[in-house]
Design a protein around this ligand. Structure first.
Ligand code: ADP
Ligand code: MG
Length: 700
C-alpha cells in the first residue's frame, strides 16, 4: 500500500482538470490529493428540509424549494443583462436569477420538470428571488444530495461562481472513494480506545460526509485532537531537548547583592506570587542549562522588582544583566524603577536608547566591556554590533513578540554560552494559550496584586453625559486627586488626531480654568525636555489634569492620580484600554476609569466596553480580546504562523488542547524518545513534520 496516490497533483482527480487545479493552487494553496482532503468544511446545511413558497419570509438564509420552471427570459438593464426564470411550487412564484453563464443554462434547463432549487434568498418588496441557485433534478437530488448534513466548504466565497460548492462535494466524493484505504492512523488502537477517539479513516470520511450528528462530532474531535496533540508533542520535545542540550552558566550561589537587598532594602514585603516566581527563576538559573522562562503578570502586579532581583542573581555570580524594552518610554521607565531599587546597593546601571549621546555611548561601551557596568537597560539599540558585554548572564526581554529570536541572540554573540532569558509580558494571555504558543518556554505567573489595591471602578458613558463626567472630575479634584484624560493617537502622523487632542485640551482648559485648576499636556510631537517638564509638574502635583496621548500608556507612576478618562474609547483595543487603566489604582484611594464613546458603536466595540466595565482581570480581558481578534493579531504573525491549525481553534478548543497536552505529556513520560514499537508511527509523523515547512500536509 503506497501513499504516493495522496501526493498526486490535484489536476489528475476526476472532475478537476487544469483550469480548476489552477484556481485551487492559486486561491487555496491546494496542490495534491492530500491537500484537498484536508480542506475541511466550515459548516453543514440541512438538505432534507424543503420550504413552500408561501411560507418564505424575509430572512436571507439558505432555502431549498421543490418546484418547476415555467418561464425563462433575458432582462436588459443599465448594469447589464440577467437571466430570470419563474419558478413555482403551486403555492406561489419566485424568481431564479443569473448574471452569467446564460448559454449553458438556457441550453440545459428543462421547463415544467421537477427541480430542487437551493440558495440564498433575496427579498424585494414582498417578492423573492434566488441569485445563482443550485438546481438539481428532483429525482437526482433525492438519490444523491438529500442529506441533513451537507458540507459547505470555506472556498466557496473565494471561488464565486467558478467552482461551486456542489462541484467540490463531487470532487471530494471521488477523492474519498479513491483514497480512503490510505488514511493511516498514527495512533495505536490501544491509545485510541483509551482516549475514546475514532479512527483517522472514520474521521476523514465523516468530516466530509457525516453519517449523523454523533459521528460528525466525533470526527471533529478526532481531527482537532490530532492537530493539537502534535503541536503539543513538538513543543514538549523541544522543551526537553533544550533542557538537555542548551548548556547555560549555572548561577551557583545566592550572594551579597541578593541577600543584602532582600534583608535590608526591600521597599515592601513581596507578595506570595512574587516570591514563588523568584523561586522558580532561582531554580532555573541555578542549573547548568539555559533558562527560557516567560513571566506573565497583569499591569501593576509588580514585575519590575522580580526582574531586578533576578538581575542580582546574575551579579552575585559575576555576570552582567540587561533589560530590553520595545519602546524608549518603556525602557526609560524600567531604568527609573530599577535604578531606584539599585541605589541602595551602589550598582552601576545605565540606559541605552536611540537618543543616547555619542559621548555617553563611548563611556557606556567601555564600562560594558570592562565589566564595570552591572545592568544595561534599553531598546533595540542594545542589539547593535558595537554593544559588547564582558559577560552577559541574564537577558530580560520585555514583551517578547516584538523581537525575533535571531535578533535576541545578537545580544550574546561574545558569550561562549547563551545567557539565561526571562521574557516578561504585560499583555497576559490565558495559560492554555500561553502553553501552546510558548510551549517551549517555562511559564511563571504573578497572579496576585500587591495588597491594598482597590479594584478600579470602570464606567462607560456616551457624549451626552459629558457634563456629569466633568462634575465628577471637579469633586475628585476637590478631594485633592489628579486626573488623566487620554486621547487616541494611533498613528503619530495623524493630523486629525492632533487636532482633536488640541481642541480637547482647549475645551478642558476652558472648563477647568486657572487659578482654581491647572492642566498639563503631553504628546509625541513635543521634545523630550518639554514632555519631561510637563510630566514633572504633574508628578509633583502642580497640575490637576494631565491631557495626553497614549504616550502615557506605559510611562508613568503617579499614585495620587485616581481618575483615568479615555476619550473615543471605541478606537482603542482591549489590551490598550487595560494598560491605560493600569495608570490609576496605584495609590490607596478608590480609582475610576471612564470610557467616553460616540453614540454609534459596533458590536465589537460594545463588547470591549462591557468587558472593561465588568472586570479588572487582565487574563480575562485578553481572553475576550482573543475571541474578538484571533490569536494571530495578538501574538504577531510570527507565533501564530507556527501553529498550522486547519480545524482546531486555539481559543474555542482550549479544552481539547489541554486534553491533548495532558496525553502528550503522558506519552513522553512513558516513552521519552519514542522507542516503543507502538509509537513508531507517531515518531515518523514527527520526523516528517520537522522536515517539512507545510507540516500538516500529510496524514500518515
Ligand atoms: P508591572 O508588573 O506592571 O510592571 P510594577 O513592577 O511597575 O508593575 O509595580 C507596580 C507598582 O506596585 C509599583 O509602584 C511597585 O513599586 C508596586 N509594588 C510592586 N510589588 C509590590 C508589593 N509586593 N507590595 C507593594 N507594592 C508593590
Ligand atoms: Mg512594568
Amino acid at each position: 500500500m503506497s501513499n504516493n496516490l495522496l501526493d498526486t497533483p490535484i489536476e489528475y482527480l476526476k472532475g478537476v482538470g487544469p483550469q480548476r487545479a489552477d484556481l485551487f493552487k492559486r486561491e487555496l494553496g491546494i496542490f495534491t490529493y492530500r491537500d484537498l482532503l484536508h480542506l475541511y468544511p466550515n459548516r453543514y446545511i440541512d438538505r432534507t428540509q424543503y420550504y413552500k413558497i408561501n411560507e418564505l419570509y424575509n430572512n436571507s438564509s439558505e432555502v431549498q424549494i421543490i418546484g418547476k420552471i415555467i418561464h425563462i427570459k433575458t432582462v436588459e438593464q443599465k448594469r447589464g443583462k440577467r437571466l430570470v426564470a419563474t419558478f413555482t411550487d403551486g403555492t406561489g412564484q419566485i424568481e431564479l436569477v443569473w448574471f452569467q453563464g446564460f448559454k449553458w443554462i438556457q441550453e440545459n434547463l428543462k421547463l415544467n420538470t421537477p427541480y430542487v432549487a437551493f440558495g440564498k434568498l433575496n427579498s424585494f418588496s414582498n417578492s423573492f428571488s434566488i441569485p445563482h441557485p443550485e438546481l438539481d433534478l428532483l429525482e437526482e437530488h433525492q438519490k444523491n444530495i438529500a442529506t441533513s448534513m451537507q458540507a459547505v466548504y470555506p472556498s466557496t466565497e473565494k471561488f464565486g461562481a467558478r467552482i461551486s460548492n456542489k462541484s467540490i462535494i463531487k470532487m471530494m466524493m471521488q477523492l474519498v472513494k479513491e483514497t480512503h484505504s490510505l488514511y493511516i492512523d498514527t495512533l495505536s488502537d490501544e491509545f485510541k480506545r483509551k482516549l475514546n477517539l475514532i479512527s483517522m479513516q472514520d474521521a476523514l470520511i465523516n468530516i466530509h460526509f457525516p453519517k449523523n450528528a454523533d459521528m460528525l462530532g466525533k470526527a471533529q474531535f478526532r481531527l482537532k485532537f490530532e492537530e493539537l496533540f502534535y503541536v503539543q508533542l513538538q513543543l514538549l520535545i523541544k522543551n526537553i531537548a533544550r533542557k538537555d542540550k542548551i548548556k547555560g552558566y549555572p548561577f551557583e550561589h545566592v550572594g551579597d547583592y541578593f541577600n543584602t537587598f532582600y534583608s535590608e532594602h526591600l521597599p515592601f514585603p513581596l507578595t506570595g506570587a512574587q516570591k514563588r516566581v523568584l523561586k522558580e527563576i532561582r531554580n532555573d538559573v541555578g542549573a547548568p542549562a539555559q533558562m527560557n522562562r516567560l513571566l506573565q503578570g497583569d499591569v501593576g502586579s509588580g514585575k519590575t522588582i522580580v526582574a531586578f532581583m533576578s538581575c542580582l542573581l546574575a551579579l552575585d555570580n559575576g555576570f552582567q544583566a540587561c533589560i530590553v524594552a520595545p519602546t524608549e518610554i518603556l525602557a526609560t521607565q524600567h531604568f527609573v524603577g530599577i535604578s531606584e531599587f539599585g541605589k541602595s546597593l551602589g550598582l552601576n546601571i545605565k540606559l541605552l536608547t536611540g537618543s543616547t549621546k555619542t559621548a555617553d555611548r563611548r563611556i557606556l561601551h567601555e564600562e560594558l566591556a570592562s565589566g564595570e557596568l552591572h545592568i544595561l537597560i534599553g531598546t533595540h539599540a542594545l542589539f547593535e554590533d558595537k554593544v559588547i558585554f564582558k559577560n552577559l548572564g541574564l537577558a530580560i526581554i520585555d514583551e517578547q513578540h516584538r523581537f525575533g529570536v535571531e535578533q535576541r541572540s545578537k545580544l550574546w554573540h561574545k558569550n561562549t554560552l547563551p545567557p539565561h532569558v526571562l521574557v516578561m509580558t504585560a499583555t497576559p494571555i490565558p495559560r492554555t494559550l500561553a502553553m501552546s504558543l510558548y510551549g517551549d518556554l517555562d511559564i511563571s505567573v504573578i497572579d496576585e496584586l500587591p495588597p491594598g489595591r482597590k479594584p478600579i471602578q470602570t464606567n462607560h458613558y456616551f457624549e451626552g453625559k459629558r457634563l456629569a463626567v466633568w462634575h465628577f472630575l471637579k469633586t475628585e479634584i476637590a478631594k485633592g486627586r489628579q486626573v488623566y484624560i487620554v486621547y487616541p493617537l494611533i498613528d503619530e502622523s495623524e493630523t486629525l488626531d492632533y487636532k482633536n487632542l488640541m481642541e480637547g485640551y482647549e475645551a478642558i482648559s476652558r472648563d477647568f480654568p486657572l487659578p482654581e485648576y491647572s492642566v498639563s499636556i503631553v504628546h509625541g510631537q513635543m521634545t523630550p525636555a518639554e514632555k519631561d517638564r510637563e510630566m514633572e509638574r504633574f508628578i509633583k502635583g502642580e497640575t490637576n489634569i494631565m491631557v495626553a496621548t497614549t504616550v502615557i500608556e506605559v510611562g508613568v507612576n503617579v499614585p495620587n492620580a485616581s481618575v483615568m478618562i479615555i476619550e473615543s474609547a471605541e478606537r482603542f483595543g482591549l489590551s490598550q484600554l487595560h494598560q491605560l487603566r493600569g495608570r490609576v489604582g496605584r495609590g490607596a484611594e478608590q480609582s475610576y476609569c471612564i470610557l467616553m464613546t460616540g453614540d454609534k458603536l459596533s458590536n465589537d466595540s460594545k463588547i470591549r466596553m462591557e468587558t472593561m466595565c465588568r472586570t479588572n482581570d487582565g487574563f480575562e480581558i485578553s481572553e475576550v480580546d482573543l475571541k474578538l481578534r484571533g490569536p494571530g493579531d495578538i501574538m504577531g504573525t510570527q507565533q501564530s504562523g507556527t501553529l498550522p491549525l486547519k480545524i482546531a481553534d486555539i481559543v474555542k478548543d482550549q479544552d481539547i488542547m489541554l486534553y491533548a497536552r495532558h496525553n502528550a505529556v503522558q506519552l513522553l513520560k512513558d516513552d521519552p524518545t519514542l522507542e516503543l514499537p507502538e509509537n513508531q508511527r507517531i515518531k515518523n509523523k514527527l520526523n516528517i513534520i520537522n522536515s517539512k515547512t507545510t507540516i500538516w500536509n500529510y496524514i500518515s
